[in-house]
Design a protein around this ligand. Sequence first.
Ligand SMILES: C[S@@+](CC[C@H](N)C(=O)[O-])C[C@H]1O[C@@H](n2cnc3c(N)ncnc32)[C@H](O)[C@@H]1O
Length: 432
Amino acid sequence: MISLPQKFLEDMKKILGEEYDEFLKSYEDKKTTGLRVNTLKVSVEDFLNMGIFNLTPISWSEEGFYYDEDEVRPGKNPLHEAGIYYLQEPSAMAVVPNLDIKEGDKVLDICAAPGGKSTYIASKLNGKGLLISNEINKTRVKALGENIERFGVKNVIITNSSAKDLEKIFKGYFDKIIVDAPCSGEGMFRKDEGAIKDWSYNKVLECKSIQEELLKRAYNMLKEGGILVYSTCTFSREENEDVVNEFLSKHEDVDILKMERLWPHKIKGEGHFVAKMKKASQTESKVKTTKIKKLTSEIKNFREFEKSFLNIKIEGNLELKGDNLYLVPDEYPSLKGIKVLRSGLHIGTLKKNRFEPSHALSHYLKKEDVKYVHNLNLNSKEVMDYLRGNTLNTGKSRGWVLVTVEGFPLGWGKESNGVLKNHYPKGLRIKY
Ligand SMILES: C[S@@+](CC[C@H](N)C(=O)[O-])C[C@H]1O[C@@H](n2cnc3c(N)ncnc32)[C@H](O)[C@@H]1O
């Protein structure tokens, strides 16, 4: 039995009363593990028909399933690298469905790394509308970028800013906002002993004050009728009901639609808190749109690449930042004063006399969009060789080739003289 902080236990006893013993007993159970299907790449039905893992549905998420980590390791499967699912703690999957995402919505995820909620929102947006996925931490924002890229998302802007700076430009702008706040992580105790060591009551109070500030600033960025979801993976009353109730006491124009706890002794999950609110008043929005210059001769080499290697034409607004070419969202707000990691989909880099497609593009495309495909079997040695960064002998010389596993893109290779040179990014190569 893991040893839990005394003050935490006392507080849980106060909240849970008669249920306390049952709650305590849940710490003897094994942690729960889940995966969520990326419907941008594969339907839930087709994914299940592949029959790769033994899965059980998670009742609160259409795309979510439990797996048993003693039986399977979906994180070490080439299909994970292909981005057709995301590993996510099951109760965390209960948050995004509360946002009632509609294709075309403008959504802000203010605490986004490593991207569990953002990738879920992106698959619900289905390439339409806009997601601003923000993470304040410079290191964590990189992991967020990789996960968004693996998911093949085009209509996302990844920012590395504070809520204060975002609020300066986005007042009254968003249809939906999620504040998945930094918290004392009491819901992590069963899966991560480090979270127990890091816990203190001071941390609870510190988090509370950050949460209050995030909620207040996020609310100012919501438009009239917009939905805001506040969530944590902790159990303290201070960081959950107290944050929301104090916020409500200062804002008369908020309809509280839900305040719910997911307890580990009541559901099969590690636990979460979710509050859903609706804004009844108007906040004037002065968000400007970014003007896009039409590119023609500057991107000649890209158009040549497109003609030679793709079966589709990439339509939409293209923007050059230095040598890097991006497909930016149709809804493209001006981001002056905001640190941006990525605006939309990185398509590739213009080099002297040639164009080099990006890894992000390989994940956005479908196999039928590309002229030359080298497909690998899930259980082949070759697929592991590719993910380790090795060259492959294909016996062909076709130039840029999309390497896929069971038809799902993994990355690029460049073929000449019968050999495929590996373009799988060095930082992502597997070490096992
Ligand atoms: C619970 S995690 C977010 C998890 C993420 N939504 C997901 O589903 O993968 C909270 C995040 O808030 C970030 N954070 C910490 N302090 C913050 C602050 N003052 N303002 C905004 N974000 C903050 C942390 O770096 C962390 O990545």
